[in-house]
Design a protein around this ligand. Structure first.
Ligand SMILES: C[S@@+](CC[C@H](N)C(=O)[O-])C[C@H]1O[C@@H](n2cnc3c(N)ncnc32)[C@H](O)[C@@H]1O
Length: 206
């Protein structure tokens, strides 16, 4: 059932996936569903809705990523980072969250599904000092853009950028951007069966 839906949605989004990648995406939904009661990972309880609202919503960002090394800040159970890592094995993703049980869940996912290009970090983002900086800093449902830029300014390379996955566009949020930053792209995302506005904002330091 889930796998037929996944095939349909991937086709609608013009994304192609190997059998192994599809197995991992479905496996991730199954693990979210199984661990949700004990670990309180998401308010969405129905696996079919998880597929749309978590997996496909995350994957809508995939065609817009530029670079190889990414960090997903405030990733929770690994969103959008885990679906993006599954579909982009040539890129690496650090999944950062301050809550230990979410990190434990991610590590279990990495182990059970054999996802090689993710690593999990338990830390507040402000305190995290990576050895190597990132081409892209991603977030979904994490903070206002202003707070994201404030807390993450030490993470991207000089020509790296920020990707914020948002619902309805908050013009006031964009107006409050510190003047050294610039929104270079506002991309309207199409997520199958999701009748809500979704946007990806790409921000750079001028
Ligand atoms: C609303 S959840 C969003 C989770 C996921 N990105 C998603 O889209 O489902 C926000 C997450 O950010 C984490 N968080 C909040 N403030 C943080 C901080 N300063 N540093 C690291 N993680 C933080 C929380 O623990 C939580 O898991």
């Amino acid at each position: 059932m889930l796998s037929a839906q996944l095939d349909e949605y991937l086709a609608e989004m013009n994304l192609s996936a190997t059998e192994q990648q599809k197995k991992q995406l479905i496996g991730f939904v199954e693990m979210l569903n199984k661990w949700n009661k004990a670990y309180n990972l998401t308010s969405i309880r129905d696996p079919q809705q998880m597929l749309i609202r978590h997996i496909m919503d995350s994957l809508a960002v995939s065609p817009h990523l530029v670079g190889e090394r990414f960090i997903d800040v405030g990733t929770g159970p690994g969103l959008p980072g885990i679906p993006l890592a599954i579909m982009n094995p040539d890129k690496t993703f650090v999944l950062l969250d301050s809550l230990g049980k979410r990190i434990r869940f991610q590590k279990q996912v990495q182990h059970e599904l054999g996802i090689k290009n993710i690593s999990s970090v338990e830390s507040r983002v402000e305190a995290y000092q990576p050895e190597t900086k990132f081409d892209g800093v991603l977030s979904r449902a994490f903070a206002s853009i202003e707070d994201m830029l404030h807390w993450c300014h030490h993470l991207p390379t000089d020509d790296g950028c920020y990707y914020a996955l948002k619902g309805q566009l908050a013009e006031d949020e964009m107006e409050k951007l510190p003047e050294e930053f610039e929104v270079t792209d506002v991309i309207e995302l199409k997520v199958p069966r999701l009748d809500e506005q979704r946007h990806l904002l790409r921000v750079i330091k001028k």
